[in-house]
Write a protein that binds this ligand. Structure first.
Ligand SMILES: Nc1ncnc2c1ncn2[C@@H]1O[C@H](COP(=O)(O)OP(=O)(O)OP(=O)(O)O)[C@@H](O)[C@H]1O
Ligand SMILES: [Mg+2]
Length: 372
């Protein structure tokens, strides 16, 4: 690993890293995490992802934590785990869920985060909180901009730059003020080849994968931009990235939203749960930026910096140009990389159903110079 020469240090159990939020990360003992989570009790389980299970816990000082317990571990990746987790532990931004620390004892590998009381965006859009209608339009815009700013930090300000690789609604957590906290950044790369992650996680993530990443494992910042575009559409519409239309037919959120956007029928895209309470101008911005991000041609996507400017309405002239972009020309249903590639209706369905190949490809890519 590229950073090893600089960062390979011996392990000690009391090492701490300073941070800007006023807390610090540290190494936890397995005993402490057992005690915090009531021995990883089933009742403490917050959920399960491709990497393992996440448990709620409480430390001796009363603070609440979420502990991710990795499923299977290969000892050969030991040192990399410690080094990379420590790099991730140094990343601090108001919209990134920072690490509180980790534990590496025997075969156990655990990562400790602050517990997010409003859980994930997924739980509000499609899960246990979806009936409560807590996500009004203002919160949705705040989440969109906050998540975008977190990703901008990863792509443009973190050293080394970090590609997230797994941006999706369950990885956008919400703090007590419904401020977005992007979780699991750079994490996909920590899992060694051949670990169980590959075979179990793709289903939930599939609708977010950029075509070039899904097919060739080519990870880059623009793959994150694509996933972010899908996330924005989900946030605006309350729909899932892939919708079932029958026993074997499925439709992507892009295939559904793009024709509506081209005809400027934004009111048909917006989540009905909002009961018409939203700002038209902001909805328009959100949807157009989302579709711009989720183009199948990676070179056509904006950077996250540009996406944030659009979302904030800080680029008025640029946005006026965006409205006239060929992608949104109603006469031009077959243009701009949608109908010609994988997201065309027929081919995208094939793309969706055939996820076996994707599993292998999606996790084999590397990018020199990135912690990705
Ligand atoms: N710090 C946290 N506070 C509250 N809930 C959390 C926290 N971290 C994770 N969760 C929730 O625990 C569940 C499992 O998370 P996990 O990251 O393992 O899986 P995932 O996000 O569904 O998929 P992936 O493995 O691809 O990240 C998710 O619903 C997630 O939102
Ligand atoms: Mg996650």
């Amino acid at each position: 690993m590229a950073f090893c020469t600089k960062l390979c240090w011996g392990r000690s159990t009391n090492r701490k890293g300073a941070d800007k939020k006023g807390t610090s990360w540290r190494i936890f003992s397995l005993k402490e995490l057992h005690s915090a989570t009531n021995n990883f009790n089933y009742d403490n389980k917050l959920g399960e992802g491709g990497f393992g299970s996440v448990y709620w816990g409480q430390l001796w000082d009363g603070s609440q934590i979420a502990v991710k317990r990795l499923k299977v571990w290969s000892t050969k990746a030991d040192m990399e785990f410690a080094v990379e987790v420590e790099i991730l532990g140094r990343v601090r931004h108001k919209n990134l869920l920072s690490l509180r620390g980790y534990c590496a004892e025997g075969q156990e590998r655990l990562i400790v985060y602050d517990y997010m009381p409003n859980l994930s965006l997924l739980s509000h859009l499609h899960g246990q909180h979806s009936a409560e209608g807590l996500l009004d339009w203002h919160k949705r815009m705040q989440i969109a901009i906050g998540a975008a700013e977190g990703i901008v930090y990863l792509h443009h300000h973190a050293t080394p730059h970090i590609i997230h690789r797994d941006i999706k609604a369950s990885n956008v957590l919400l703090d007590s003020n419904f401020e977005a906290q992007v979780a699991d950044f750079g994490f996909a790369k920590l899992i060694p080849d051949g670990a169980t992650h590959v075979t179990t996680r793709v289903k939930g993530t599939l609708g977010y994968l950029a075509p070039e990443y899904a097919m060739f494992g080519k990870a880059s910042e623009s793959c994150d931009v694509y996933s972010f575009g899908i996330l924005l559409l989900e946030l605006a519409s309350g729909k899932k990235p892939i919708e079932k239309l029958g026993a074997s037919m499925k439709r992507t959120i892009v295939d559904w939203a793009l024709p509506l956007a081209r005809e400027r029928r934004f009111h048909e895209i917006v989540d009905h749960k909002l009961n018409g309470k939203y700002k038209e101008e902001e909805l328009r911005r959100l949807v157009l930026v989302a579709l711009l991000c989720a183009q199948s041609g990676s070179e056509k996507r904006p950077t996250m910096l540009e996406a944030v400017d659009y979302l904030k309405g800080e680029a008025k002239e640029k946005f006026a140009n965006l409205e006239n972009h060929e992608l949104f020309n109603p006469e031009n249903q077959k243009s701009a990389g949608y109908a010609e590639g994988l997201s065309g209706t027929d081919e995208s369905s094939e793309f969706i159903l055939d996820d076996k190949e994707l599993r292998g490809a999606a996790h084999s890519g590397t990018e020199a110079g990135h912690l990705s």
